[in-house]
Design a protein around this ligand. Structure first.
Ligand SMILES: Nc1nc2c(ncn2[C@@H]2O[C@H](COP(=O)(O)OP(=O)(O)OP(=O)(O)O)[C@@H](O)[C@H]2O)c(=O)[nH]1
Ligand SMILES: [Mg+2]
Length: 385
């Protein structure tokens, strides 16, 4: 069955025919071979999205968002991609571009009518407007770490004495027996990690070797690995199977890092009562599942506190390319602001910084054709998109 899209209604902005064929790879492969034989060229990776962009159906940032949507490994990435696809980032950049053009116009006014004095000084207004653009650019730049965390996860490290129940808890949180568990203290030697999807950001959950002095060489090496992970941890689950063990583990962790922590009293199913835990500590059993939801909530709370979500109307950036362009634009605006404030450069020269900033923003949205940028963006797509 063929579906025909006239150019105006087609998602790529060109006349398009879709073939729907029976299932199985043979028929579709044979059809593609026949079409190629008849002169068709197979699409390059990302070619459909690229054509959509060239026909004005999407801008470059939205095209990238399509790739991000396909690659999304977490709810956070999915959300960021949808935001970008909706055009929120493009709209903000367009606003900033307009503002810079406005500053440019104020400067031209100052050039044309240097003696004129009518109300608010164009000079001060230009400085003000440039400052506002700079702040908006910096707010955008500041959202990048969230994109990285959305991709790689917030590093959440399980720490505590050997046999505290860390690997059991790790497995229970994953719902999968990934780490070896045994009653022998010192079972875990190397760090094991897994990506756990969660809101507002996914976690990179890391199980580590128990913290203790050991004569065993391999266990000591494992301890060094634990220490490295502890130093990199963004949230720590301090585990102990008694109030005393928990306090000792907290002290040990404290000496290495001041990352936010959640205190976890493990093996709550074997709890006899009669101990007081520090406030905020969560009682959990990897065996019965008791307290796991509370623990998930406590981790999400720590993540939220450490990485506040941007305001609803704050667009976010997601790629190194965005960072580079935003930084370039911000640097140019800052140069303009400083030169303008110090009256150090003739106005036409100061204005070249504004133009350079506008150029950087245009590159970002793909408003100006920068072939090598397009090449890099689209060739990272998979075929058929
Ligand atoms: N009753 C009970 N026992 C548990 C629980 N979690 C772990 N254990 C037991 O505690 C022992 C140690 O568990 P692990 O998960 O291997 O402990 P670990 O902290 O990873 O230990 P190392 O890797 O040696 O540092 C095992 O015998 C587990 O069966 C629990 O929730 N309840
Ligand atoms: Mg273990």
């Amino acid at each position: 069955m063929l579906t025909w899209f006239p150019a105006a209604q087609s998602p790529v902005g060109e006349e398009l025919i879709e073939f729907s064929v029976h299932g199985g790879s043979y028929v579709s492969t044979a059809l593609v071979a026949a079409l190629v034989e008849a002169g068709a060229a197979p699409a390059l990776p990302g070619e459909f999205t690229e054509r959509a962009m060239r026909h004005g159906k999407l801008d470059l940032l939205q095209a990238e968002a399509v790739a991000d949507l396909i690659d999304a490994r977490s709810r956070a990435m999915h959300r960021a991609a949808l935001r970008q696809l909706s055009g929120a980032l493009s709209a903000r950049l367009l606003q900033l571009r307009e503002a810079l053009l406005g500053v440019d116009a104020l400067i031209a006014y100052e050039l044309d009518f240097p003696e004129e004095d009518d109300g608010p000084q164009p000079r001060a207004r230009a400085a003000h407007a440039a400052e506002a653009v700079l702040e908006a650019l910096e707010a955008l730049r500041a959202t990048m770490p969230l994109a990285e965390l959305g991709r790689a996860g917030v590093t959440v490290v399980l720490a505590g004495a050997p046999n505290a129940g860390k690997s059991s808890l790790f497995n229970a949180m994953l719902g999968d027996a990934r780490a070896i568990v045994s009653e022998v203290p010192g079972t875990t030697r190397d760090a094991i990690e897994a990506l756990v999807d969660a809101d507002p950001l996914p976690w990179r959950l890391v199980d580590t070797a128990g913290l203790r002095e050991s004569a065993d060489l391999v266990e000591r090496l494992g301890l060094e690995v634990s220490m490295r992970w502890l130093r990199r941890a963004q949230v720590i689950l301090v585990c102990g199977d008694s109030a005393g063990a928990l306090a000792a583990a907290a002290t040990a962790v404290q000496s290495v890092t001041d990352a936010p922590r959640v205190l976890v009293r493990t093996k709550s199913d074997a709890f006899q009562g009669g101990e007081t835990l520090p406030s905020g500590a969560v009682r959990v059993s990897a065996h019965s599942g008791e307290g796991l939801d509370a623990l998930r909530g406590a981790i999400a709370g720590a993540v939220r506190a450490a990485y506040p979500e941007p305001a609803e109307d704050q667009p976010v950036i997601t790629r190194a390319r965005h960072v580079a362009a935003i930084e370039r634009a911000a640097a140019e605006v800052a140069l303009f602001r400083d030169a303008w404030a110090a009256d150090a450069l003739p106005a036409p020269v100061a204005a070249t910084h504004l133009r350079a900033a506008i150029l950087a923003l245009d590159e970002l949205t793909g408003a100006i054709d920068v072939e090598d940028v397009l090449e890099r963006v689209f060739r990272s797509f998979c075929i058929g998109k």
